[in-house]
Structure formats: C-alpha cells, structure tokens
Ligand binder design. Structure first.
Ligand SMILES: Cc1cc2nc3c(=O)[nH]c(=O)nc-3n(C[C@H](O)[C@H](O)[C@H](O)COP(=O)(O)O)c2cc1C
Length: 175
C-alpha cells in the first residue's frame, strides 16, 4: 500500500489541524498515512510526501524549511506536494486572490520546484487562540470573533482527495 507522509509546522496548532484533515482524507481513500511534526520526521521510507507550514511574517516556520532543505534528495524521488496556511480576518478572500509576498513563501517555492513539487496551495488560517506577545494579542483583539478562524474545511478535504486521486487511490472515499 502507498505510504504517505503528511508533515507540518505549526505554532498555534491550526496548521496541525489542517494537516490532520488532509491525512484523514488520504486515509479515507485507502492510503497508509502518517501525520507528523516536520521537526520530528524525514521523507525517507515514504512513497509520497505532503509538507505544510503556517506563514509568519512572510516565511514558513523553521521546522518546515529545515525539513525541505534536508530532504531534497528523497523528495526528488517521490510525488510531493506543499501547502501554506496563513491569511486570516475580514479580507481573507481578497488577500487570497493577490500574489502578495506575505502569502507565498517564494524561497520555499523555488526549492520545492527544484525537486519537482506537484502542487502548492495557500489555505486561509486561524488567528491564534492563545496569543503570545504584543503583536499576536493585537491581531486577536482587532479581529472580530467571526473572522478569527477562516479555514475552509471543504477546500482542504478536496485538495486531499485530489492528491489521493493522483496517487491512484480509489476515487471515492472508503466507508
Ligand atoms: C505574528 C503573526 C504574523 C503572521 N504573518 C503572516 C504572514 O506573513 N502571512 C500570512 O499569510 N499569515 C500570517 N499570519 C497568520 C498565520 O499564518 C495564521 O494565524 C496561521 O493560521 C497560524 O498557524 P498556526 O496556528 O499553525 O501557527 C501571521 C500571524 C501572526 C500571529
């Protein structure tokens, strides 16, 4: 059975939950999936890899960047996808339409493309529920409650299903 790694870097857990949802979707299509923190795993031994990170001030988190840099040779050999989670708040749809340097991890994309990444998607994120420090607390305070979690679970699951299909898994989730 195709063994898939979903690796993620997340500071306040919302990206970890996105990774879990992708992993669940892949499992529902009959794939053998492990979902692990990027700092605690490697791409060795997997037949396909999905790597994701939250964006902070225009960059992926360190553990995801390090995973990518340290696993380039292994990632070259297998189907590989990346996702970014970031934009939040009232204007999230408009932001997602713009090619802003705050949304796209350009250096990461260049590296991922050099090893043949099959796709990259930017998902809307969530304002930290447990904000630390002045900036995070200000973001939480300035974002109305109903705009704090912008994650689109249908879009996330659909992306997982597309990956499963590309990996040749059953097109319909197994029950
Ligand atoms: C201090 C701070 C800086 C952020 N910078 C960006 C950014 O540059 N681009 C972006 O799209 N989102 C940015 N965000 C939004 C986060 O990426 C979003 O809250 C994400 O869902 C957090 O993921 P996590 O819960 O996995 O840590 C920022 C959030 C905070 C608190």
């Amino acid at each position: 059975m195709t063994k898939v790694l979903v690796a993620y870097a997340s500071k306040h857990h919302s990206t970890a939950e996105i990774a879990d949802a992708i992993a669940d979707e892949l499992r529902a299509h009959g794939l053998d999936v492990e979902c692990l923190e990027a700092g605690e795993t490697s791409a060795e031994g997997y037949d396909a890899v999905v790597l994701g990170s939250a964006m902070y001030t225009g960059r992926w988190l360190r553990h995801a960047r390090t995973f990518l840099k340290h696993n380039l040779d292994a990632l070259k050999q297998v189907p590989f996808w990346i996702f970014t989670s970031g934009p939040v708040g009232e204007n999230v749809d408009k932001e997602l339409e713009e090619d802003s340097k705050w949304l796209e991890p350009h250096h990461v994309l260049g590296l991922a493309e050099s090893v043949g990444v099959r796709g990259h998607v930017v998902f809307a994120g969530r304002i930290p529920e447990d904000p630390h420090g002045f900036i995070e607390k200000a973001m939480a305070r300035n974002t109305p409650e109903e705009f704090r979690d912008s994650r689109d679970w249908d879009q996330i699951r659909k992306w997982g299903a597309e990956i499963a299909t590309e990996l040749g898994a059953s097109a319909q989730p197994q029950t």
